[in-house]
Design a protein around this ligand. Sequence first.
Ligand code: ADP
Ligand code: MG
Length: 236
Amino acid sequence: MIRIENLHKSYPIGKDSLHVLKGLDLHIKEGEFVSIMGSSGSGKSTLLNIVGLLDGHDEGNYFLNGQLIENLNEKKAAILRNKFLGFVFQSFNLISYKTAQENVALPLYYKGVGRKERLKIASEYLDKVGLKPWENHLPNELSGGQKQRVAIARALATSPKVILADEPTGALDSTTTDSVMDLLKGINDEGMTVFVITHEEEVAEQTDRIVRLKDGVIISDELTESGKSKTLQNVR
Ligand code: ADP
Ligand code: MG
């Protein structure tokens, strides 16, 4: 689903440049539940932005669903994002004057789905994340955990192949964190590839595979207990 080879990324800082990603190799198969773990400033968001086609890379190869990503302009990137990717961010990024249902329906508007149909689909996804009764409420009437559920429903609404989540639990308390991670786990159980970025060990532990990033390189890439037991099930 995602294949990265010798990926490099630098940012220009004044007359210098800051080398953030220093040759990453990573392969994520369809249906995996993976976390990237690393301290603040280690380059996690930089990696997610490249994977999410929100930013380009300087060196190396990136294949999304088998397609080599190169010479993308914003229009081509947007088409690929709409087709393959759903995003979840720490700060939810909901539109404050739109209801939960309208927020979830918005990406379908950009896909050209008619109003009635997109509101119906949005309702179904809100039901899936347990928020059907809240569909006519505005974001400021929802708790943090509920807002993140709306954001997850919105990410799912366009039927992406991968969910990319940058610190999805960063603004939540530990109980709400667990329930959001349970939701992502349930979505993965249905076959969705889920890629979570976090600096919290407890969050990473809830995925099947932890990739550790430090000083711009991958220092480890290991299955968790749940990842190991899934692998065993596949072998049997
Ligand atoms: P993380 O998500 O792991 O906290 P980031 O990928 O956001 O780390 O940032 C990695 C490094 O790159 C940091 O030192 C940050 O200051 C720098 N950085 C991130 N985005 C930019 C940018 N757009 N321009 C310049 N420097 C950036
Ligand atoms: Mg970050």
